[in-house]
Design a protein around this ligand. Structure first.
Ligand code: PLP
Length: 393
C-alpha cells in the first residue's frame, strides 16, 4: 500500500495487501495454489512464471512481514531453517568465516556443524552478549555475524546496535539476527542496525501451530535479489497454502503478543517466588542480569521463559509429564502453552559439558506461554508440583 507508513502495526498486519487483483472481491487474499502461470503470449507473463520463483499468496505474506519489519523487502521460505540455509548459500562462499551466538537454536548449530562445514564455511561461537568477545572473534575472512537474541533457550541477550556498529566498522561483515522469540513488533532488528532480520514464522507469525515457515527481511535491494535468486535455485520458497495460513495468523500478531507478554510476566513472577524453583530466566524480571538491555532494545519482554527446579533431572522431567494443561511439545509462539526440555529436544546434540557451561542443564525447562488464563496455567503447575513432590514445602 502506498500509504503504508501512516498505519500502526495492528492495522498493517490486516491491510498490508489490500490493493491486489481480486475477481470476486473476497475479503481474504486468495490462495494461488498453482505451480505455474499462463503466458499471455510467448515469454509474456503477469510477473509470475513458476511458483518456485514467486507466488502471489507468498508475496502477500511477504508484504505483511515487510510491513512489520519496517522495510520494503521480505522473502518467505519453507521453514526457518530453509531461510537460514538460503541466507548462507546466498551470501557466503567456501573459506568464509561466520561468528555465531554461543547460545543458539540447536538446528542452527547442526546446519553449520553437519552441513556447511563440508562446504568449507568456517564458524566459531562467541559470547555475543559481550560485544568485546565478538570483536575478538572477528577474523580477516569473517563475512557474517549471526546472532540470536533473546537466545533459545536461556534468553541471553546480545546488543544488536553495538554488534552492528562493530560489524559495519569493517568493510564486508553483515549482521543477521534470528528474531524468532520476539518478532519485529517487539524488537526491530533492522532499525537497530542489523542487515538482515530472520524469523521462524512457524512460531509467533503463524501463532497456531498450523505451518512451518521462515522469513528474511532487509533494507538492501541487492541482498534481497541475491536471496531471491538462490531461493529459486535451491527451491526453498514457502508453499502457497502455508503462506495463506500464516497470512491469517499474522493479522492477530499484535493482539496475541500483548497477551503472551502479559501472561509470561505473570507466570515468571509466580514461578520465581515458588520454593521449588531455583532459577527463572525471563528478561522482565529484576533478577534477569540483562534487564536494562531488554528495556533498551526490546519493546516488551516476550512470551518465552525458562526455569530450573530445585530437583533432580528425573524429578524435573516427571514434573513436565505431570502437567495437564501445558503441552509437552517442541516449538513455541503458539496460542497453546508449550513446554520442552531443551537438553533432550532442540539442544540434544550439544555435549553436556558445553551445554552446562552455557546454562542449558539437563533439568532446564523452557516454557512458551500461551493465551490460556494465567490462573489456569498456575493451577496446572501447582498440581504438577503436588504430584511430583507432595504438598510439603
Ligand atoms: C530461534 C529459532 N530459530 C530458528 C528455528 C527454526 O525454525 P523452523 O523450525 O521453522 O525451521 C527455530 C525452531 O524452533 C527456533 O526456535
Amino acid at each position: 500500500m502506498s500509504d503504508r507508513p501512516d498505519f500502526q502495526p495492528s492495522t498493517l498486519v490486516i491491510h498490508s495487501n489490500r490493493s491486489y487483483e481480486n475477481q470476486s472481491n473476497s475479503i481474504l487474499f486468495p490462495i494461488h495454489q498453482t505451480a505455474t502461470y499462463i503466458h499471455e503470449s510467448v515469454g509474456v507473463t503477469k510477473g509470475y512464471g513458476y511458483s518456485r520463483g514467486a507466488n502471489p499468496t507468498v508475496n502477500a505474506l511477504e508484504q505483511a512481514i515487510a510491513a512489520v519489519e519496517g522495510t520494503l523487502h521480505a522473502l518467505c521460505f519453507r521453514s526457518g531453517m530453509a531461510a537460514i540455509t538460503t541466507l548462507c548459500f546466498a551470501l557466503l562462499k567456501a573459506g568464509d568465516h561466520v561468528i555465531l551466538s554461543d547460545v543458539i537454536y540447536g538446528g542452527t548449530t547442526r546446519l553449520f556443524h553437519q552441513v556447511l562445514k563440508n562446504f568449507d564455511i568456517q564458524y566459531t561461537y562467541a559470547d555475543t552478549s559481550d560485544t568485546e568477545s565478538v570483536r575478538q572473534a572477528i577474523r580477516p575472512n569473517t563475512r557474517l555475524i549471526f546472532i540470536e537474541t533473546p537466545a533459545n533457550p536461556t534468553l541471553k541477550l546480545s546488543d544488536i546496535e553495538a554488534i552492528s556498529t562493530l560489524a559495519h566498522s569493517y568493510e564486508n561483515i553483515l549482521v543477521a539476527v534470528d528474531n524468532t522469540f520476539l518478532t519485529p513488533l517487539l524488537q526491530n532488528c533492522l532499525a537497530l542496525g542489523a542487515d538482515i532480520s530472520m524469523l521462524s514464522t512457524t512460531k509467533y507469525i503463524d501463532g497456531h501451530n498450523a505451518t512451518i515457515g521462515g522469513s528474511l527481511a532487509t533494507h538492501d535491494e541487492v541482498i534481497t535479489e541475491r536471496l531471491r535468486f538462490v531461493r529459486k535455485i535451491i527451491g526453498t520458497i514457502q508453499a502457497p497454502f502455508d503462506a495463506w495460513l500464516a497470512l491469517q495468523g499474522i493479522k492477530t500478531l499484535p493482539a496475541r503478543l500483548a497477551i503472551h507478554c502479559d501472561h509470561a510476566a505473570q507466570v515468571a513472577t509466580w514461578l520465581e517466588q515458588h520454593p521449588r524453583v531455583v532459577k527463572v530466566y525471563y528478561p522482565g524480571l529484576d533478577s534477569f542480569p540483562q534487564k536494562a538491555l531488554a528495556e533498551r532494545q526490546q519493546k516488551a519482554f516476550g512470551g518465552m521463559l525458562s526455569f530450573e527446579l530445585d530437583a533432580t533431572t528425573e524429578q524435573s522431567l516427571r514434573f513436565m509429564e505431570a502437567l495437564k494443561l501445558c503441552t509437552c511439545a517442541e516449538s513455541l509462539g503458539s496460542v497453546e502453552t508449550l513446554i520442552t526440555n531443551p537438553a533432550t529436544a532442540s539442544h540434544c546434540d550439544i555435549p553436556l559439558e558445553l551445554r552446562e557451561r552455557l546454562g542449558i542443564s539437563d533439568r532446564l525447562i523452557r516454557l512458551s506461554v500461551g493465551l490460556e488464563a494465567p490462573k489456569d496455567l498456575i493451577q496446572d503447575f501447582e498440581q504438577a508440583f503436588a504430584a511430583v513432590f507432595g504438598d510439603a514445602r
